[in-house]
Design a protein around this ligand. Sequence first.
Ligand code: S3P
Length: 452
Amino acid sequence: MSEFRVRSIRTLDAEFPVPGDKSMSHRAAMIAGLADGVSTVRNFLPSEDCLNTLGAMQACGVKVEVLEEMPGFGPTSMRIHGRKMQLAAPTAPLDCGNSGTGMRLLAGLFAGQSFDCELFGDESLSGRPMGRITDPLELMGAKIDCLGAKPGCAPLKIHGTKLQPIRYELPVASAQVKSAVLLAGMFCEGVTTAVQPADTRDHTERMLESFGVKIRIEGQAISIEGGQIPQARDFRVPGDISSAAFWVVAAAALPGSRLVIKNVGLNPTRTAVLDVIERMGAKITRTVLSSDDGEPIGDIEILGGPLKGTGLLKAEIPNLIDEIPVIAIAAALAEGKTVIRNAKELRVKETDRITTVVDNLRAMGGQVEEFEDGMEITGGSPLHAASVESHGDHRIAMAFAIAGLFAEGETVVRNTACVNTSYPGFAKQLAAVLAGSKVAADYDLPAVPVQP
Ligand code: S3P
């Protein structure tokens, strides 16, 4: 079985990129696939999750010409031939792998088609709640059977039908639910509105707008008029701030370190992790270099220092939900208490991330109290090496690799192949960090041209 073996490092002084943003890569595959014309998508994330979404679009007749790829992983730049909102019926069930985003957004997209299709995923995805999207989609008239052994879970059999627009108040602050409703709304006559209880990542809105689709935003109500056709364009996916977060924590917690991460997405609905790590005492400079594709993109520089505990604000939770495992590592390395509450959503991610973080931190000597909706971490006592399990969860595997960089002895993180669902190249960059490399090429994630 795959594993990381990690020992402590003394400093981190490097400059490197992280691969393309996962949330945006899913959306780029879908929206370019629906568009009128040929879009060029660059810096696409060639992770298993996003490749499954791309594969689903290809199964619906979307033609993809690969221009560049990350060897061993998959395409990073491609031309996507949009189908002008006319998808073809797939001939077999569509595999969403480990991806909640892939399955929930595709369900929105497929609910209003004139064909039936089936979406399935791996064991983890087959245990995650789908009622949160089937509820609003059924209010729109969709017919979806949850075929899983667990009620309300995948596989999803979607019987495509004509949908009615709705105004839907989301019971959870979820960009996936908001996006599923908006994507379904594209295939309705009339205006569909999703009202979110708090800010969530707004990539769907921004990307649709950059593809020429009009979106109305009034407070927390986001509306789309059906029947609009996205217009093909070129889109460059920024680096993934959620992937950068692992290295942000590694550098922040090591006094004397300096790390620059280039061309990363700095959308304010995603950067609360930087606010938190700054509050804990690190110095972080963010420089926005462009917003050409509707998404701010720039460089971040992190200077490490002694960290202190903090509390996460309720309003920050949806913004940094994916970064909480690695924020918990920062908390264990900080002096004092860090309180994470209002984060019950963590229990329905790729694993129950409250339990997996608490168990693994305790195994490494961390002091943690578990709550139903979070945890309290008392930092400052040294971490020691342990053998910890990812339980097949990419963010748990990577967060505990970072913990191992601060622990006495050799930490083994077991079952790490899952990192390929979001971060191809993580193992290479981890090896360069462990070797103390200052050679840029050791951190590079090459994209090489593909001959037609
Ligand atoms: C995502 C939204 C978040 C996040 C997930 C990606 C997206 O999930 O945790 O990793 O791309 O829309 P929820 O919307 O379910 O909170």
